[in-house]
Design a protein around this ligand. Structure first.
Ligand code: HEM
Length: 404
């Protein structure tokens, strides 16, 4: 007989911690005692094996669509406007969407953008490098992903500002605390939808070498994406690809600032970039956990999770699991790949669709920064996003360096 999760004797996660460091240490200590713990809204899962098992088990469904209601905002418009997004779709609906769009997100299509990524990063570094100091979060990380997403989609340069504003407003869906805010988010979604429909109409007439054209053309066995699905894919790219990228870059540079020898090594050997990106994402990933709810009663490891139970696979803890990563607390950008990948892109059917693009963005950005900002050090108080947010990173990251 499986033991109901509510009766299991497991440690409780405390929300009484001073900062992100203490939070991480507390989770790390608990993860050494138990594969699961009791949180306030959900049960965190700590080990690599259990995170992968749950993320690959299709009875556990994505909690992405529950973000607003998790913050206590239960506006009827949320249900009325709900449309299927790849981020939250499950079962055959998800399989079909993923099959249709996956070829458009291949490593080859990401590689096409590498020269542009370097151009964007250089243009952000040019004004701040000579001064020898900057707030890396606002000066470099925040603006970095928008031009790349625009270039990916095929949106022209004059629309970068507009796109940046719409992305910011749409992304607020993860921090929504009031119905007024929801009204603003819906208005931004409508504006983005109108913009995307224009872009689609334009590409139907004049196909180009971009994601919109590729998604319009995507077809399998006579099946194609509808117009609404195309619009939702663009939203998913913005929601999935902007805040993640900028925060991961911030986390990675903050980590390098604590390991100057590794920063120097990357500047000297930029060919280490692919390994460096896997290692920074393993050691300090911006997405530290994701959410799943039980779509039916689920028995796992002798425990019964009743339908509706929420669990949070703690990707950051799985990345420190010593049964997979030797000496997990050592940060080493020359680390040989473990048998299994780092978990910051997730696992299973919702595994990051933009992983190739995200890897390319970090692989191009980090060595450039290491070469142009030598002798990197923290230069003032770093402030972090609240430790419990879904996408974690520095709000302010004052750094100093020797211009080069
Ligand atoms: C360093 C940057 C990134 C990180 C850390 C990251 C992380 C993740 C994670 C953990 C998931 C799975 C979520 C879950 O299982 O609940 C995911 C899914 C997704 N990501 Fe990323 N991501 C990054 C960049 C990107 C980029 C650049 C794009 C777009 C071009 C993107 C698009 C998506 C999409 C569309 C999904 C949903 C896939 C599906 O549900 O089938 N991501 N990402």
């Amino acid at each position: 007989m499986a033991t109901p999760i509510s009766e299991l004797d497991i440690p409780a996660v405390s929300f009484d911690f001073a900062d992100a460091q203490e939070h991480r240490q507390m989770l790390r200590d608990i993860s050494k005692q138990s594969w699961i713990a009791k949180g306030v809204f959900a049960y965190p899962i700590f080990t690599y094996e259990d995170c992968v098992a749950i993320l690959r088990d299709k009875r556990w469904h994505s909690a992405a669509a529950l973000a607003a209601s998790a913050f206590g905002v239960n506006d009827p418009r949320l249900e009325e406007r709900r449309r299927e997004s790849i981020l939250s779709a499950e079962g055959e609906v998800h399989t079909r969407l993923r099959r249709l769009v996956a070829p458009s997100f291949s490593p080859r299509s990401a590689d096409r953008l590498r020269p542009f990524m370097r151009e964007v990063m250089n243009s952000l570094l040019d004004p701040v490098v000579p001064a020898g100091r900057c707030d890396l979060a606002s000066d470099v990380c925040d603006p970095y992903p928008i031009p790349i997403i625009c270039e990916l989609l095929g949106a022209p340069k004059e629309d970068w500002q507009l796109f940046s504003r719409l992305a910011e407003q749409v992304l607020n869906i993860f921090n929504v605390t009031s119905t007024e805010q929801l009204t603003e988010i819906f208005a931004a979604q409508d504006e983005l939808e109108a913009y995307t429909l224009d872009l689609i109409a334009d590409r139907r007439n004049k196909p180009a070498d971009d994601l919109i054209t590729s998604l319009i053309a995507a077809e399998e066995a006579g099946d194609k994406l509808s117009e609404v699905e195309l619009v939702m894919m663009v939203q998913a790219v913005i929601v999935g690809g902007t805040d993640t990228t900028r925060n991961q870059l911030g986390c990675s540079v903050a980590l390098f600032a604590e390991h100057p020898d590794q920063w120097k090594l990357l500047a000297e050997q930029p060919e280490l970039a692919p390994k460096a990106v896997e290692e920074t994402m393993r050691y300090f990933g911006a997405v530290r956990a994701t959410g799943r709810f039980a779509s039916e009663d689920i028995e796992y490891k002798g425990v019964l999770f009743p339908k509706g139970t929420l669990v949070t696979p703690a990707l950051a803890m799985a990345n420190l699991d010593e049964s997979v990563f030797a000496e997990p607390d050592t940060f080493d950008i020359t680390r040989e790949p473990a048998g299994q990948p780092q978990m910051t892109f997730g696992s299973g059917i919702h595994y990051c669709l933009g992983a190739a693009l995200a890897r390319a963005e970090q692989q191009e950005a980090l060595p450039l920064m290491a070469q142009r900002m030598k002798n990197l050090r923290i230069d003032g108080a770093v402030t972090w996003k609240p430790s419990t947010v879904a996408i974690f990173g520095p709000e302010k990251l004052p750094i100093a360096y020797d211009p080069s």
